[in-house]
Design a protein around this ligand. Structure first.
Ligand code: FES
Length: 153
Protein backbone atom coordinates (compact mmCIF):
# COMPACT_ATOMS: atom_id res chain seq x y z
CA UNK A 1 0.00 0.00 0.00
CA UNK A 2 1.25 3.42 -0.93
CA UNK A 3 1.63 6.05 1.78
CA UNK A 4 -0.94 8.89 1.74
CA UNK A 5 0.22 11.89 -0.21
CA UNK A 6 -0.93 15.41 0.59
CA UNK A 7 -3.34 16.81 -1.97
CA UNK A 8 -1.54 19.02 -4.44
CA UNK A 9 -2.85 22.56 -4.87
CA UNK A 10 -3.19 22.91 -8.64
CA UNK A 11 -3.31 26.70 -8.46
CA UNK A 12 0.03 26.76 -6.71
CA UNK A 13 1.42 24.42 -9.37
CA UNK A 14 0.14 26.69 -12.16
CA UNK A 15 1.81 29.63 -10.46
CA UNK A 16 5.09 27.72 -10.23
CA UNK A 17 4.93 26.93 -13.94
CA UNK A 18 4.21 30.54 -14.90
CA UNK A 19 7.12 31.79 -12.86
CA UNK A 20 9.54 29.11 -13.94
CA UNK A 21 12.61 30.61 -15.59
CA UNK A 22 13.05 29.92 -19.27
CA UNK A 23 15.79 27.48 -20.18
CA UNK A 24 18.93 29.30 -21.32
CA UNK A 25 18.49 27.94 -24.83
CA UNK A 26 15.22 29.88 -25.24
CA UNK A 27 16.43 33.30 -24.15
CA UNK A 28 14.24 35.96 -25.68
CA UNK A 29 15.69 39.24 -26.91
CA UNK A 30 14.51 42.41 -25.18
CA UNK A 31 14.12 45.86 -26.66
CA UNK A 32 13.85 49.39 -25.35
CA UNK A 33 10.43 50.92 -25.94
CA UNK A 34 9.96 54.68 -25.66
CA UNK A 35 6.43 56.03 -25.50
CA UNK A 36 5.71 59.76 -25.73
CA UNK A 37 2.35 60.11 -24.00
CA UNK A 38 1.30 63.35 -25.67
CA UNK A 39 -1.89 63.76 -23.66
CA UNK A 40 -0.08 63.63 -20.31
CA UNK A 41 3.19 65.20 -21.46
CA UNK A 42 5.19 62.23 -20.18
CA UNK A 43 7.85 60.08 -21.83
CA UNK A 44 8.16 56.47 -20.69
CA UNK A 45 11.12 54.20 -21.40
CA UNK A 46 10.89 50.52 -20.56
CA UNK A 47 12.21 47.17 -21.71
CA UNK A 48 9.97 44.64 -23.45
CA UNK A 49 10.83 41.04 -24.42
CA UNK A 50 10.10 40.64 -28.11
CA UNK A 51 7.57 37.87 -27.38
CA UNK A 52 5.52 40.06 -25.01
CA UNK A 53 2.82 42.63 -25.74
CA UNK A 54 4.06 46.17 -25.21
CA UNK A 55 0.94 47.36 -23.34
CA UNK A 56 0.94 44.40 -20.94
CA UNK A 57 4.64 44.78 -20.22
CA UNK A 58 4.22 48.50 -19.56
CA UNK A 59 1.40 47.80 -17.12
CA UNK A 60 3.53 45.21 -15.32
CA UNK A 61 5.97 48.07 -14.70
CA UNK A 62 3.22 50.40 -13.40
CA UNK A 63 3.17 52.44 -16.60
CA UNK A 64 -0.36 53.47 -17.51
CA UNK A 65 -1.09 53.90 -21.21
CA UNK A 66 -4.40 54.33 -23.04
CA UNK A 67 -6.37 51.16 -23.79
CA UNK A 68 -9.91 49.78 -23.89
CA UNK A 69 -10.52 46.37 -25.51
CA UNK A 70 -7.02 44.86 -25.18
CA UNK A 71 -7.74 42.70 -28.22
CA UNK A 72 -6.54 44.82 -31.14
CA UNK A 73 -10.00 45.97 -32.18
CA UNK A 74 -10.92 49.39 -30.74
CA UNK A 75 -7.81 51.50 -31.61
CA UNK A 76 -7.72 53.17 -28.15
CA UNK A 77 -4.10 52.10 -27.69
CA UNK A 78 -2.98 53.21 -31.16
CA UNK A 79 0.33 55.00 -31.55
CA UNK A 80 2.39 56.52 -34.35
CA UNK A 81 5.76 54.87 -34.74
CA UNK A 82 8.55 57.44 -34.79
CA UNK A 83 11.36 54.91 -35.20
CA UNK A 84 11.72 51.15 -35.13
CA UNK A 85 9.13 48.50 -35.89
CA UNK A 86 6.30 46.76 -34.10
CA UNK A 87 5.11 43.30 -35.10
CA UNK A 88 1.31 43.19 -34.78
CA UNK A 89 -0.23 40.19 -36.54
CA UNK A 90 -3.33 40.32 -34.29
CA UNK A 91 -4.08 44.01 -34.90
CA UNK A 92 -7.51 43.67 -36.50
CA UNK A 93 -8.49 47.25 -35.63
CA UNK A 94 -6.24 48.91 -38.18
CA UNK A 95 -5.84 48.23 -41.86
CA UNK A 96 -2.65 47.22 -43.60
CA UNK A 97 -2.66 50.71 -45.11
CA UNK A 98 -2.58 52.35 -41.67
CA UNK A 99 0.14 49.96 -40.53
CA UNK A 100 2.14 50.99 -43.59
CA UNK A 101 1.60 54.62 -42.57
CA UNK A 102 3.26 53.87 -39.23
CA UNK A 103 0.36 53.20 -36.89
CA UNK A 104 0.41 50.37 -34.38
CA UNK A 105 -1.68 48.96 -31.56
CA UNK A 106 0.28 48.49 -28.33
CA UNK A 107 -2.15 45.97 -26.82
CA UNK A 108 -1.25 43.39 -29.46
CA UNK A 109 2.13 44.78 -30.54
CA UNK A 110 5.51 43.12 -30.05
CA UNK A 111 8.73 45.13 -30.41
CA UNK A 112 10.92 43.92 -33.28
CA UNK A 113 13.80 46.07 -32.03
CA UNK A 114 14.19 49.29 -30.09
CA UNK A 115 11.15 51.37 -30.90
CA UNK A 116 9.93 54.91 -30.23
CA UNK A 117 6.26 55.81 -30.53
CA UNK A 118 3.89 58.62 -29.66
CA UNK A 119 0.27 58.39 -28.58
CA UNK A 120 -2.31 59.41 -31.16
CA UNK A 121 -4.66 62.36 -31.04
CA UNK A 122 -7.97 61.36 -29.49
CA UNK A 123 -9.77 58.96 -31.84
CA UNK A 124 -7.29 59.79 -34.65
CA UNK A 125 -6.84 56.20 -35.76
CA UNK A 126 -10.49 55.34 -35.20
CA UNK A 127 -11.51 58.05 -37.67
CA UNK A 128 -8.80 57.12 -40.15
CA UNK A 129 -9.93 53.51 -39.97
CA UNK A 130 -13.71 53.89 -39.77
CA UNK A 131 -14.48 57.54 -40.58
CA UNK A 132 -15.23 56.81 -44.23
CA UNK A 133 -18.27 54.90 -43.06
CA UNK A 134 -19.59 57.83 -41.02
CA UNK A 135 -18.51 60.82 -43.12
CA UNK A 136 -21.18 60.64 -45.77
CA UNK A 137 -23.35 63.36 -44.31
CA UNK A 138 -26.46 63.04 -42.21
CA UNK A 139 -28.32 59.78 -42.24
CA UNK A 140 -31.54 60.02 -44.25
CA UNK A 141 -34.67 59.18 -42.36
CA UNK A 142 -36.26 55.99 -43.64
CA UNK A 143 -39.91 56.18 -42.63
CA UNK A 144 -40.67 52.73 -43.98
CA UNK A 145 -37.85 51.11 -41.93
CA UNK A 146 -38.97 53.09 -38.89
CA UNK A 147 -42.54 51.89 -39.37
CA UNK A 148 -41.37 48.28 -39.59
CA UNK A 149 -39.25 48.67 -36.46
CA UNK A 150 -42.15 50.22 -34.53
CA UNK A 151 -44.38 47.36 -35.62
CA UNK A 152 -42.08 44.90 -33.89
CA UNK A 153 -42.55 46.52 -30.49
S1 FES B 1 -6.92 48.46 -26.50
FE1 FES B 1 -8.34 48.21 -28.11
S2 FES B 1 -7.08 48.04 -29.85
FE2 FES B 1 -5.69 48.10 -28.22
Amino acid sequence: MLPDRPARDTRARASELQQAPRPASTTVATHKVTVHDRQRGVVYEFVVPEDQYILHTAEAQDIRLPFACRHGCCTSCAVRIKSGQIRQPEALGISAELKDQGYALLCVGFPSGDVEVETQDEDEVYWLQFGRYFARGPVERDDYALELAMGDE
